[in-house]
Design a protein around this ligand. Structure first.
Ligand code: HMG
Length: 426
């Protein structure tokens, strides 16, 4: 069904919820939960973590019509930062008109490691492990039979000798975790391998734990943006495209810029990872390690211009071990709303959506940075946050925001002064 989202952000909260209802984007329960803001109950939160006192809320938004691999997704976003949702919506709209995102899932397996030390004969130990590889894989699978029953399980095992300040023999286990992120699966399997590996190597095991550097769960998203969407003026559009290319090259060369460049990408990625109940610390840790894989910290996206088609081509590759099952996913009712909005994607589809959102977010930020500057769009929305912080009521917000913008002065103190002025005049 084709839905017109034009001007969606300018509608009231009630109108936005009504649109979701009119288009049956959610089932009845989830629509009701959303309308009544029935999010995480305290009793459930108390089961999810320790020493719980309350729940902590953040704005729950969504980005309409993100086209990924020819599917249209309504994407939930959890973020407190103004302009992130606006930027993603803006980019998704342009990229949809240019044919949407295309993605490749390179693999979907998790890696864990058992590190051994005090191994007297490294060569013999490596040989011994290699000779018993099948046996070790079977032991790992026996430790977690339910993942094997679901079609997953231990797939490979390799061994590496690290000879630095200290010597380690490290055994890396690769596991197909299906729809789960797999931390518990991996850790159970790895712990089951500790004693057999000590026996095979004569060494001591230091630890057995999953790695968040998920190089076997890489996802690539690409897009080709028609240059005419960058500006109505053809030469200005070419100029913006060239500067976006330069901006991605700059982020490959300067870690100070790369960090901010990638932070912008994570504005979107984290927002969806949070909304879908995934582990954002794991995703961040893995992606930042991946950004450093060439020896220096670099931007995760690459932009280039295709002269023949007159398009700006974007690409992002990063590890995205995203789950649709396990952890708190089944417990949190808001996460259920997210999966309903996304029409119950598989883990691979969700990873594709998230990679695409990262690329969209980067496109919007770079376009703003190399053209109008970030403050133009950003501060318009920041002004609204300041108005709220200053204590403006619904009926006062619009006037206060427009006066703040006209003064180009954004401080809480100034917002409070203007608000007082408005109240005195009314
Ligand atoms: P604009 O061209 O003024 O937008 O850009 P517009 O008012 O013409 O609207 C165009 C479309 O954008 C709308 O279509 C919406 O889809 C969307 P419509 O619905 O009107 O048919 N849109 C919005 N969606 C939801 N809420 C809104 C809203 N406004 C527009 N309020 C825009 C305005 C903010 C989109 C643009 O200036 C932009 O993309 N700026 C970048 C902002 C950004 O990246 N913010 C993130 C925070 S800054 C940061 O942390 C990252 C950074 O440091 C990363 C880096 O350095 O790389 C920048």
């Amino acid at each position: 069904m084709k839905i017109s989202w034009t001007g969606f952000s300018k509608k009231s909260l009630q109108e936005r919820l009504q649109i979701l209802k009119d288009y049956h984007l959610l089932n009845e329960d989830n629509q009701t939960n959303l309308e009544h803001n029935h999010m995480l109950p305290l009793s459930t939160a108390d089961q999810m973590s320790e020493n719980v006192l309350a729940t902590f809320a953040l704005p729950y938004s969504f980005v309409p019509d993100v086209v990924v691999d020819e599917q249209v997704y309504q994407v939930p976003f959890v973020t407190e930062e103004p302009s992130v949702v606006a930027a993603a919506s803006f980019a998704a709209k342009i990229i949809k008109r240019s044919g949407g995102f295309k993605t490749t899932i390179h693999n979907r397996q998790m890696i864990g490691q058992v590190s051994l030390y005090q191994v007297a004969n490294i060569e013999a130990a490596i040989k011994n492990i290699q000779n018993h590889k099948q046996e070790l894989l079977e032991l790992a699978n026996q430790a977690h039979p339910s993942i094997v029953n679901r079609g997953g399980g231990a797939r490979d095992l390799r061994v590496e000798w690290l000879n630095g300040e200290a010597e380690f023999l490290v055994v890396y286990l690769t596991v197909d975790t299906q729809e789960a992120m797999g931390a518990n699966i991996l850790n159970t399997m790895l712990e089951a391998l500790k004693t057999p590996l000590e026996e095979l190597t004569g060494g001591e095991s230091l630890m057995a734990i999953l790695s968040n550097y998920a190089t076997e769960a890489l996802v690539t998203a690409t897009c080709e943006i028609d240059l005419r969407f960058l500006s109505r003026n053809k030469s200005e559009a070419i100029d913006i495209a060239k500067k976006i290319v330069l901006a991605s090259q700059f982020a490959k060369q300067d870690p100070y810029r790369a960090s901010t460049h990638n932070k912008g990408i994570f504005n979107g990625i984290d927002a969806v990872v949070l909304a879908t109940g995934n582990d954002w610390r794991a995703i961040e840790a893995g992606a930042h390690a991946y950004a450093s894989r060439n020896g220096s910290y670099q931007g995760l996206t690459t932009w280039s211009i295709k002269e023949v088609t007159q398009t700006l081509c974007g690409e992002i590759t990063l590890p995205l071990p995203i789950a649709t099952k396990g952890g708190s996913i089944g417990l949190n009712p808001t996460v259920k709303v997210s999966f309903d909005l996304l029409k119950q994607p598989t883990a691979k589809e969700l990873a594709s959506i998230i990679a695409s959102i990262g690329l969209a977010q980067n496109f919007a930020a770079l376009k703003a940075l190399v053209s109008t500057g970030i403050q133009h769009g950003h501060m318009k929305l920041q002004a609204k946050s300041l108005a709220l912080l200053a204590g403006a009521k619904d009926t006062e917000i619009a006037l206060l925001v427009s006066q703040l913008i006209s003064e180009k002065h954004f401080s809480l103190k100034r917002a409070q002064e203007i608000l007082e002025n408005i109240r005195q005049k009314s």
